[in-house]
Write a protein that binds this ligand. Structure first.
Ligand SMILES: NC(=O)c1ccc[n+]([C@@H]2O[C@H](COP(=O)([O-])OP(=O)(O)OC[C@H]3O[C@@H](n4cnc5c(N)ncnc54)[C@H](OP(=O)(O)O)[C@@H]3O)[C@@H](O)[C@H]2O)c1
Length: 369
């Protein structure tokens, strides 16, 4: 079933289960001003990360990228689009780009700040948002781009950049002198990416660090079978972990109860506590003044900017590329990519992701045309 032309998918900002398709007036070249280009959104990826954009949309301004009338909001997604009309002298029709897109058939951008391989949408409503989200890369000038790997790129690249930055941050801080690192929502792609990177570089770093997965009972077997972690336990087995082991927690679940249990169990042996995600978006909150290190929010675009000042963006990308290749090749052996198209399937894919019903082995791609 094909997506009915002109529909964009919106969710109620106050009730994420309330969602619908809204008709979108389709534009053409006559609707563009000088410097503008029209993108036809092709395929996009959808994971728990996009649900987090929605759950934290007001606090972190994710609704500001692609505004629609209240109470609705468009969830940003990573994916590919094609320039179908352009009034910018250096952007030609037919160019394929990768970047941050709405769940809609079209996006009008005001292209500016062209570099060799990207442009920025300099529309005024996006000017207060992080640059990383406003840039669109030309696929034909991206040496890492492969048409056949588009699904892996849109599903993993935005997440694994965060895994990479977390790995770098932990190394820069000598792992806070911990003997163990615990990852919650260990079955999520971002956590799996970090676990892989830690394990892949362990011998080179010469630091023996136990990499421990905390996950749901239903995902234990999947996480164990991957072999990225040294130890895999479920959320109701936290008390069975050795409380004397100096530990760092990296929290992708954002579940108040789970985080509280980790802090109470390890207490002063919890040397660092990083808040990265909210995959358990409806279980947030929890106690304040927990024992152990005070939890700290990790904001990847901010840390990227900080490290780029020290190392240069090119060096960071080179380091990332060295990890991306082995990791993408490992993930491509187990990930099952499912492509959804049509209003009903897209809505169901969204609701299943919202309700945590997607098997972590699956990678969901949505077709917007
Ligand atoms: N701070 C940053 O810059 C940054 C960057 C990238 C990602 N993140 C965050 O990291 C988290 C993981 O994102 P991802 O895209 O990698 O996830 P993903 O691969 O889609 O993760 C799926 C896993 O998340 C858990 N989960 C998802 N929805 C759930 C629900 N409704 N109820 C309970 N558990 C649920 C389950 O893991 P378990 O059973 O193992 O809990 C599930 O297997 C997100 O919150 C994302 O926003 C943050």
């Amino acid at each position: 079933m094909s997506n009915s032309a002109g529909d964009c998918f919106v969710v109620n900002k106050n009730d994420l289960h309330d969602c619908q398709q809204l008709p979108q007036v389709l534009l053409n070249e006559a609707d563009l001003k000088e410097g503008e280009a029209l993108l036809a959104v092709d395929r996009v990826a959808f994971t728990a990360n996009n649900i987090t954009y929605a759950a934290l949309g007001s606090r972190f301004k994710y609704w500001d990228f692609f505004p629609v009338d209240a109470p609705w909001g468009q969830i940003p997604v990573w994916g590919f689009a094609e320039v179908v009309a352009s009034k910018h002298p250096q952007i030609s029709t037919g160019t394929r780009v990768y970047g941050y897109l709405p769940m809609a058939p079209q996006l009008k951008v005001q292209a500016g700040d062209l570099t060799d391989n990207a442009f920025t949408d300099i529309s005024s409503h996006r000017s207060h948002l992080a640059l990383a989200y406003n840039q669109y890369q030309f696929t034909d000038r991206d040496p890492a781009y492969r048409k056949e790997n588009e699904a892996l790129q849109m599903l993993l690249r935005p997440l694994l950049i965060t895994s990479f930055l977390l790995d770098d941050y932990l190394v820069e801080n000598n792992f806070f002198d911990a003997e163990q690192i615990i990852l919650t929502s260990a079955s999520s792609k971002t956590a799996l990416g970090l676990a892989f990177m830690l394990q892949h570089q362990r011998a080179k770093r010469g630091k023996s660090l136990t990499i421990t997965a905390l996950t749901s009972n239903s995902n234990l077997e999947f996480v164990r079978n991957l072999g990225y972690y040294d130890k895999v336990v479920s959320y109701d087995q936290i008390n069975e972990l050795d409380a004397d082991q100096a530990t760092v927690s990296v929290d992708f679940a954002g579940n108040g109860q789970v985080l509280g249990e980790v802090h109470k169990h390890f207490a002063e042996q919890l040397l660092f506590s990083s808040l990265v995600g909210a995959a358990h978006w409806d279980q947030r909150g929890g106690e304040k003044n927990l024992p152990g290190a005070t939890p700290q929010v990790f904001f990847a675009p901010g840390y990227w900017a900080e490290r780029a000042k020290v190392l240069g963006a090119a060096e960071l990308m080179t380091r990332f590329a060295m990890l991306w290749q082995p990791l993408a090749s490992s993930v491509s052996k187990w990930m099952e990519v499912t492509e959804l198209a049509g209003d009903q399937d897209i809505k169901q894919g969204y609701l299943d992701t919202l309700d945590g019903k997607i098997n972590p082995q699956q990678g969901i791609i949505m077709r917007m045309q």
